[in-house]
Write a protein that binds this ligand. Structure first.
Ligand code: SF4
Length: 373
């Protein structure tokens, strides 16, 4: 297939649904761990097109949602320090810390600037030599290479006023924790973007250790349905493996150049995930060769861990235990305009996706009102 409309073709969609129905006998729970998939599944109403015995659940796939409250509080403390410029990707702006958000601090006068790329932060550092620039770096394997490139660039240029506060995360350890925690996951719809960089090889151990089925998927309706078909086939035949549906972007080895750049700069560390707690070797910190750029080392601040907002179910939602509609605050006091928990902030957050497409949640599956053409 060459064109986008072919991936949304209604006849192909219904043919795939029919194929899934034919082979699907067991009750299965399939988790997506990519915010892009969460959005696509809700946008196209895919959950409502499937047989009742197949349940789709969302996991910790949105980088903003998994960024801990403590980390946001720390960046806010940095922003309040004199002579600092915080350069951030826009989706971090409204993520709730304990008392405030970076957006609120910006309105109070903190110098917080939105950047489109990590290299914009380098430019700001070069233009503001008397200030110290802190780049809060969040995201999974997909965004880590961009931060690594900025650090290599800063080193090459000999910049002394550029710092990175890394909260980068690695996907397989959290997938393992979710299996261990018994969220009753039968298979993963593997993240397409993460796998483009890291390769499908990162999931091999999960299959050999836990016998779970994994299919790395693209983002169009045909991609996702084909991935579900492949997963159901694996589960029904009891032959779990790592398979790639998204072959137009993903290989077993991934982008070796990007992996090499990341390993030049970062090393694994135990990290805290919002709602999930500390997970061993699930984060990345700057290695010894780049410690002069490490904001954590240069600007130590002590932040006390505080409980998540009362009644917010983000933790259980990120584990696939609850759905946003189980939360009392959903669509009442918590909306994308006034988010209470992190899952409502980014459009890729599970609560935000449920909110945006909530009219599709209970629609008649025989009359899909989606972008499927
Ligand atoms: S609806 Fe809001 S408060 Fe409830 S779980 Fe989602 S983000 Fe948290």
């Amino acid at each position: 297939m060459k064109y986008i409309d072919e991936y949304r073709d209604k006849r192909a969609v219904f043919s795939l649904i029919e194929s899934i129905r034919k082979i699907s006998k067991k009750k299965v729970r399939l988790m997506e761990v990519c915010g892009g998939h969460t959005m696509a599944i809700h946008r196209y109403g895919i959950h409502s097109l499937l047989p009742e015995n197949i349940e789709l659940i969302s996991g910790p796939g949105c980088p903003v949602c998994v960024t801990s409250q403590v980390y946001i509080d720390k960046i806010i403390e940095y922003a309040k320090m004199p002579g600092k410029i915080i350069t951030i990707y826009g989706d971090l702006l409204r993520v709730p810390g304990t008392q405030s958000t970076l957006d609120q601090e910006k309105t109070k006068g903190c110098d917080i600037r939105i950047v489109q790329s990590s290299l914009d932060s380098i430019k700001i550092a070069e233009e503001n030599k008397t200030k110290e620039i802190i780049f809060p770096a969040i995201g999974f394997e997909t965004t880590t290479p961009a931060t690594a490139i900025a650090l290599l660039e800063a080193k090459k240029k000999g910049l002394c006023n550029f710092f990175v506060a890394s909260a980068h995360k690695i996907m397989p350890p959290v997938m393992e924790v979710l299996i261990r925690d018994n969220s009753e996951i039968d298979g993963y719809i593997g993240p397409g973007h993460v796998s483009t960089i890291a390769g499908s090889k990162i999931y091999d151990k999960l299959v050999s250790d836990f016998g779970i089925s994994i299919v790395v998927s693209g983002f169009e309706p045909i991609d996702i349905l084909q991935s579900i078909y492949m997963l159901v086939k694996q589960i029904e035949s009891n032959e779990p493996c790592v398979a790639i549906q998204y072959t137009r972007a993903v290989t077993h080895d991934g982008n070796l150049k990007a992996q090499q750049i990341v390993s030049e700069v970062f090393e694994p560390v135990t990290d805290t995930w919002r709602g999930l707690g500390k997970i061993e070797k699930s984060g990345l910190k700057l290695n010894a060769g780049f410690s002069s750029f490490d904001a954590n080392k240069h600007f130590p601040v002590h932040i006390e861990e505080k409980p998540e907002p009362a009644n917010c179910l983000c933790g259980q939602i990120l584990r696939g235990i609850n759905k946003p509609t189980d939360c009392k605050l959903f669509a009442h006091s918590c909306t994308p305009e006034m988010p209470i928990g992190a899952c409502m902030v980014s459009p890729e957050g599970t609560c935000a996706a449920y909110y945006q497409y909530r009219n599709l949640l209970n629609r008649d599956p025989r009359v899909p009102e989606t972008d499927i053409q």
